[in-house]
Design a protein around this ligand. Structure first.
Ligand code: NAP
Length: 291
């Protein structure tokens, strides 16, 4: 009889990870555009994409911090990088930024919509500052829309390219103190679905990647993460985006993946069907007329 003992400890986020390790794809010759590249997750992504051979353009509002980040990445990886300062919610700036990227690095193979804000006040929505509330929604939704609108037509013309929208647990479940962010991330996820559906039949694809809980300036500013320690290693986000860039997860176009929970060696072998990992109503039972 098997000896009974205490259950094995639940592995930490850092101990989990992919059995086969990060994608080792050679992405050289390809071009990535990452928004929100100057810090946090965006900063990790530009470094990883550059070290896998991509020429990488980073976009953020604060020019000095962005330029320093992109110069550092170029110095450590030897890759071509470009800093394009712009506000993702400003149509003219986004269009000019994308034009610069295409002129200086070439057509974009991978767009990562990562830039965005979080509710500053952490109050129920009726107490929220209306301007800040809309700024949060706009940073994710208008930002993702304007970037996609500027980049995707060229992807369609070349019949190649991938868009990654950085999602969140709040894409699928609202939190009362982050109502703008919940609305924004759900809207962005719906945008991924609409985009992927419109692109069906082409070799251009769109994905939602939720990063889990990564230690960044954003999470440091949020009361809900105070005292939290089981952070998702940024490497988990990076390997997911690298796998997408390498075309390993194309079957997941229009659907939600979660770094740190989804293991690459598992999702690589899954072809999700019907509405799997998409935003839907949950029926209340078999007789639900909306089921
Ligand atoms: N960290 C997490 O655990 C976590 C979890 C779920 C989802 N996410 C999502 O992951 C993404 C990155 O998060 P993070 O934690 O790395 O955030 P962060 O540390 O706050 O970094 C945000 C980045 O976005 C840029 N940015 C913000 N507003 C912008 C705008 N209007 N136009 C252009 N750039 C803008 C910032 O630079 P400037 O201020 O200079 O513009 C900065 O580079 C966000 O979409 C976030 O919602 C993060």
């Amino acid at each position: 009889m098997a000896e009974k003992g205490p259950p094995p400890p639940h592995p930490s986020q850092a101990q989990r990870g992919t059995r086969e390790g990060a994608a080792q794809a050679d992405l050289s010759g390809q071009v990535a555009l990452v928004t929100g590249a100057s810090t946090g997750i965006g900063r990790h992504l530009v470094e990883a994409l550059a070290s896998h051979g991509m020429a990488v353009a980073g976009l953020a509002r604060g020019e000095e911090r962005l330029r320093a980040a992109m110069d550092e990445v170029s110095a450590t990886t030897g890759a071509r990088t470009l800093a394009v300062a712009a506000d993702v919610t400003d149509r003219a700036s986004v269009e000019a930024a994308v034009e610069r990227v295409v002129e200086q690095l070439g057509q974009v193979d991978l767009l990562v919509n990562n830039a965005g804000l979080i509710d500053a006040l952490e109050v129920p929505l009726w107490e929220a500052d209306p301007d800040q509330w809309w700024d949060v929604v706009s940073s994710h939704v208008k930002g993702g829309f304007l970037l996609s609108r500027a980049v995707v037509p060229w992807m369609v013309l070349r019949n190649r390219g991938r868009v990654v929208n950085i999602a969140s647990g709040m894409s699928v479940r609202a939190r009362p103190e982050y109502s703008a962010y919940s609305v924004a991330k759900t809207g962005l996820m719906r945008m991924t679905e609409a985009l992927a559906a419109a692109l069906e039949g082409s070799d251009v694809r769109a994905f939602d990647v939720s990063p889990g809980a990564v230690d960044t300036p954003m999470t440091r500013s949020m009361a809900m993460w105070q005292g939290f320690e089981d952070w998702t290693p940024p490497e988990r986000v990076v390997e997911m985006v690298l796998a997408i860039a390498a075309g390993e997860l194309d079957a997941w176009s229009g659907r939600f993946l979660r770094a740190g929970a989804d293991e690459l060696h598992v999702v690589r072998g899954v072809t999700p069907e019907r509405d799997a990992r998409q935003l839907r109503l949950v029926p209340y039972g078999d007789v639900d007329p909306l089921a």
